[in-house]
Design a protein around this ligand. Sequence first.
Ligand SMILES: NC(=O)N[C@H](N)C(=O)O
Length: 399
Amino acid sequence: MWHPSHQVGPTCQPPSTGAPPPPIEIIQYCSLTCGPEGLWGPHVSESAEDLHPAAAAHPLHTLSLVSPPPRKSPKKKKPTTASSFLHRRRAKMMLPRLHLLLVVVSALPLVSVAAGVGGEGFCSAEPSASRECSGARPPLYWKVTNPTLAPAHLQDLPGFTRSVYKRDHALITPESHVFSPLPDWVNTLGAFLISPAIGAHFTMYLAKMHDGSKSALPPKGVERLIFVLQGSILLSEESGNTHTLLVDSYAYLPANMKHSVISDEVTTLIIFERRYTTIEDYHPDLIVGSTDKQPLLETPGEVFELRKLLPTSLPYDFNIHIMDFQPGEYLSVKEVHYNQHGLLLLEGQGIYRLGDSWYPVQSGDTIWMAPFVPQWYAALGKTKTRYLLYKDVNRDPLM
Ligand SMILES: NC(=O)N[C@H](N)C(=O)O
C-alpha cells in the first residue's frame, strides 16, 4: 500500500539514476517497489483507457502513473513545432493537477487500506512493509495532521474511557468493568455496576459463571431478578422444582425465597437486587419468563415498544422494562421523575441525555439515573435499540 512515508527518506530512491529525483519521481520509485509490474505508463494518462488494466481498476494507484518514466540520457532539445508546443503546454497544465492528485493521495492512504483497494498484489502491504520501500519513519509530527479518530482506536488509547460518574447519573462502559469473586458464590466473578454507594437503593451487577459455578443467596429481606445475557442456567427452588433459563429469559425471586442457580457453560447474567419494601397483605410470587413472551404495552404519546418483565400489581416494588426503538425514534417526553433507573443497553446505539450532558452510547453500556435527573434518548444506530431498565414502582415516595 502506498504510504505517505514513501515521500520521504533517503532510501526511497531509484537504485541507479544518480541525482535525487524530484518528489513526484520518489512516488514513482515507491510505486515500483510496491507494484510487481511497474504500472505507470510513459506519459500522463487522462483517462482510464490509457492505463494498465490493473491500474485502471484501482484509481488510487493510477496516481503512480502520473510520474514520468525513468530518465534516460538527456534528450536533445527539439525545435518547437506547433504540435510539440501544444504537447508541452498540455504537460504544464497537468502539473497543478498532479500536485492536486499528490495531495489527495497523501490524504487517502489509510482510507485505501481500509477499503482494501490494494489487495491484488501491488501496494497492498501493511505500513510496516512500506518501510521496505522508504526505510524511513513517517515525517515528524505526522500524527498531528493525521490524528487517530476511529472509535475502535480510542478504546486503545491509554487511560481513555467513556465512563462518567456524576452526582445524579453515571455511564459505565465495558472497558471500565472490574470483576472479582462474588462473595459466597462458587466459581463466579461479579462486577457491581450500580450500588447504594453511588446513591441508588438497589444493586445491578454482572455475574460471569461457567462450568461448576453456583450462586449464593442474597442478604435477608432482599429480592432478586436474574436476566440471562449469555449461556444458560438451571434455577432450583427449595421445593425441588427446576427451571432452565436461556438467553433473554429471567427469574424473579421474592425476598427470603431459597433457591440456587448453577451453570455448566460460559454464562453472563445481569442481576438486580433491592431490599423489599413490604405492603401489608401483599406477597410477590416467583416469576420465571422470557422477554419475547411478554405482551407489548400501550405507550400513549410515545413511539417506542414497551414490555414489562414483572406484573404491574402492588406486590412488586420494582419492574424491569424492555424498551425497543427503531433507528431515528426517540423519547417524546424529556423525562424528570422521582423513580430511579438502572439501564443496560442490550442492542443498538444512540444518544442519551442525562442532566446537561449528552452521551453517545451503545450496546454493553450501563447507565445509572438518580431520581429527578432529566433524561432523554434518541436511537441513532442503523439497527434498533433495545434497553433493559430497572424502575422502582408501586410505592409512595414517602414510604
Ligand atoms: N429513561 C427512560 O427510558 N425512562 C422510561 N421511559 C421510564 O421511566 O419509564
